[in-house]
Design a protein around this ligand. Structure first.
Ligand SMILES: C[S@@+](CC[C@H](N)C(=O)[O-])C[C@H]1O[C@@H](n2cnc3c(N)ncnc32)[C@H](O)[C@@H]1O
Length: 249
């Protein structure tokens, strides 16, 4: 069965309208990744769960060779149709396998997408395969919620989410500690019709992610409190973790 989530297969043509984060978030993501790439060995970048190219396209426009994997052909079709999309070399498949030719200076996964891998086994496999695809000194970068902050957020009820098209989007989150999952339900009012989109995630603490990384031969190089590059602290609700394959590995 394809691991492509329903929102990607059924709503790819509306994904950018409903779910694109604010432009300043994308700018910050691209800027931080470019800064990290400048410190990494020379080589291409690989995005896991590349989607419609929100991050990959501006990175490619800055001159980086960007590759990507996504399970949803529908999302990749949208990416290819955009200006610069033809420059991105994409594979269709489960990004937990990191099955894409080449070795990479930076492998990254953005917008909470790593947590879409549904089990610890799949997340571990993703770390292991990413480690095998990195050049010595290369980086594996992912973002995720801090579970304690997520639990608090789940108490706040429905929240409006800014959408690129201006369509009203409401999100509720439920957390299931027994299975280490959280579920986001989105209700979108689009052209007078309500659409319901449900996405299930498996969350992991920063410590669990670090252990998964260690089992793949990667070590934590830096952890930021978000794509802005702010320090990670007790007040951080989100993190961007940067793992490194030691150059001597
Ligand atoms: C939330 S979107 C983010 C897209 C893009 N990274 C961004 O930041 O705009 C997540 C993407 O990951 C893809 N995806 C989710 N699970 C996947 C899996 N196991 N293998 C491959 N792609 C997956 C979805 O199809 C979707 O395109």
């Amino acid at each position: 069965m394809s691991p492509a989530p329903g929102y990607a297969t059924d709503f790819a043509e509306r994904y950018d309208d409903w779910f694109t984060p604010p432009p300043q978030t994308t700018d910050a993501t691209v800027t931080l990744l470019a800064k990290l790439a400048a410190d990494a060995p020379d080589g291409p970048l690989l995005e896991l769960g590349i989607g419609t190219g929100r991050v990959a396209l501006p990175l490619a426009a800055r001159g980086y060779e960007v590759h990507g994997i996504d399970a949803a052909k529908t999302m990749l079709d949208r990416l290819r149709a955009k200006t610069g999309g033809e420059r991105i070399n994409v594979s269709t498949g489960d990004f937990a396998e990191v099955d894409h030719d080449g070795n990479f200076a930076v492998i990254y996964v953005a917008n909470g997408t790593f947590s879409e891998l549904p089990t610890q086994e799949a997340q571990l496999r993703c770390f292991a395969r990413a480690g095998q695809r990195l050049l010595p000194g290369g980086l594996f970068v992912l973002d995720a919620h801090v579970p304690e902050a997520l639990a608090t957020d789940c108490l706040t009820g429905a929240q409006p989410v800014e959408s690129a098209s201006g369509a009203p989007v409401l999100r509720t989150r439920r957390i299931h500690p027994a299975t280490q999952r959280y579920v986001s339900d989105y209700l979108v009012l689009d052209h007078g019709l309500f659409q319901h989109i449900k996405v299930t995630f498996r969350y992991a603490s920063p410590g669990e992610l670090d252990l998964m990384a260690a089992s793949a031969g990667l070590r934590l190089r830096e952890r930021f409190g978000g794509w802005s590059g702010a320090p990670f602290s007790d007040r951080s609700s989100y993190h961007v973790s940067v793992y490194e394959l030691p150059a001597s590995a």
